[in-house]
Write a protein that binds this ligand. Structure first.
Ligand code: PMP
Length: 445
């Protein structure tokens, strides 16, 4: 749509975005009929693909009954049932869901619940939340304060709480090899410096998405961190907004390790994009003191526990189970990583391929031997993602580098991706890289 005909504020104000017409399965079609293979599920969201009839039907039936009720006046069946299903499915005692509309809101709720938990336990001075560099927990003020994402913080640094950040688990660019024990020592040291009596919780994405291009910590990493957190009475909030609901080949990505969080946030794949929906899920032992104390969660939104969104979430959960899609994400993810490693070998600028299940990252570098990144103003991620879109392939640009100086993209297709679609993805990606390499490196020769 031409920019001078539009009154809608879009991410880049001077760009003409194609207008979507409809989506079916792993593909989206614009108004001119052009097909785009959705290799990143939008923003790692459309995990069961577009236009699934069962979900649309469930939403239609719910909308005919009631689309909105206010949560302090009514509870509703879809929200109750979805909370019960999550309690059955999630590990440990993660049995209580608070539904919101976005991942950022889920982070804000997790922050508030963990502070409230310590208040009810008679320790109101525990209010700080620790987090890591190369992390993203949301765009709202509390969530952005915890996010170690240079570019998204930069303009708002003045209004953010400056809290200390921990090192990210980033094997590709580690100066020296670091084990889980090394990271745990760093955490322990930081906690001692600040004072454990001031710290309410530690938040981390089990596998780092947008801020790190699918960083997978090594074995024992979370076990070691959890031990330190337990020693100091600090809650573990696991941000599974991007990684949860099967994306990495398990219901929660933290299940790749043996460390159970006290609070989990979910979003994106929870409704697979059919309606805005996210959740903060808390363990029994976190809710109990609040129930026994003030008996009130001091957080919430007009659209919290929205019946229509929860009906979509329930239908998505049902669809994932019926088609055994979590297992499918694990198996096709493994194959896709192997194929992408072949592309890496052939490419002059793909420095690293990493990830788990169907959350896969490619980090781009100017020189594969030295791992030197492209200069920031080359806007490599944007150049690649835009060229891919021209080729009819959707990729998600992501940050890389310890100071956000690098660039990458996420490949995170719907779990329903077929073999033909996998070939289409690889073909279009190879063509995109070939063109961009000529443009980026050719210019220097
Ligand atoms: N946490 C993580 C790990 C995310 O990836 C995101 C979104 N990219 C968020 C939180 C924020 O979610 P939302 O954009 O729905 O507010």
């Amino acid at each position: 749509m031409a920019k001078d005909e539009s009154y809608l504020i879009k991410p880049l104000l001077d760009r003409n975005y194609p207008c979507v017409s409809y989506g079916k399965g792993a593909a989206l079609y614009d108004m001119d009929g052009k097909r785009y293979l959705d290799a990143c599920s939008g923003a790692v969201t459309a995990s069961i693909g577009h236009g699934v009839d069962e979900v649309v039907q469930a939403m239609y039936e719910q909308a005919r009954k009631v689309s909105f009720v206010y949560r302090s006046q009514f509870t509703n069946e879809p929200a109750e049932r979805l909370a019960m299903k999550l309690a059955e499915q999630l590990p440990g005692q993660l049995n209580h869901s608070f539904f919101v509309n976005s991942g950022s809101e889920a982070t804000e709720t997790a922050i508030k619940i963990s502070i409230q938990y310590w208040q009810e336990r008679g320790r109101p001075e525990k209010t700080l939340i620790l987090s890591r560099w190369m992390s993203y927990h949301g765009i709202t003020q509390g969530a952005l304060s915890l996010s170690g994402h240079y570019e998204r913080r930069q303009r708002f640094e003045g209004m953010l709480d400056r809290l200390p950040f921990l090192s990210p688990p980033y094997p590709y660019r580690q100066v020296r090899e670091m084990s889980g024990v090394d990271y745990a020592e760093e955490l322990d040291h930081l906690i001692e410096q600040i004072g454990p009596h001031r710290i309410a919780a530690f938040i981390a994405e089990p596998i780092v998405g947008a801020a790190g291009t699918a960083l997978v910590p090594g074995e024992w990493y979370y076990e070691a961190l959890k031990q330190v957190l337990d020693q100091h009475d600090i809650l573990f909030i696991c941000d599974e907004v991007m990684t949860g609901m099967g994306r990495t080949g398990k219901d929660l990505a933290i299940e790749h390790w043996d460390a159970t969080p006290d609070i989990v946030t979910l979003g994106k794949g929870l409704s697979a994009g059919y309606a805005p929906l996210a959740a903060t899920v808390v363990a029994d032992h976190v809710l109990e003191p609040i129930q026994a104390g003030s008996n009130l969660i001091m957080s919430g939104h007009t659209f919290s526990a929205n019946p229509l969104s929860c009906a979509a979430g329930l239908a998505v959960l049902h669809y994932v189970k019926k088609h055994d899609l979590v297992k499918r994400a694990a198996t096709i993810g493994e194959k896709l990583i192997e194929d992408l490693q072949e592309i890496q070998t052939a490419s002059a600028i793909v420095g690293d391929v990493r990830g788990k299940g169907l959350l896969i990252g490619l980090e781009f570098v100017k020189n594969k031997a030295t791992k030197a990144p492209f200069p920031k103003d080359a806007q490599v991620a944007a150049v690649i993602v835009n060229e891919a879109q021209r080729q009819g392939l959707l990729l998600y640009p992501s940050a890389a580098g310890l100071k956000g100086e690098g660039a990458g993209c996420l490949i995170a297709p719907p779990f329903t991706l077929t073999k033909e679609e996998r070939c289409e993805l690889l073909g279009k990606l190879a063509r995109t890289l070939e063109r961009v390499e000529k443009q980026l490196l050719g210019a220097e020769k």
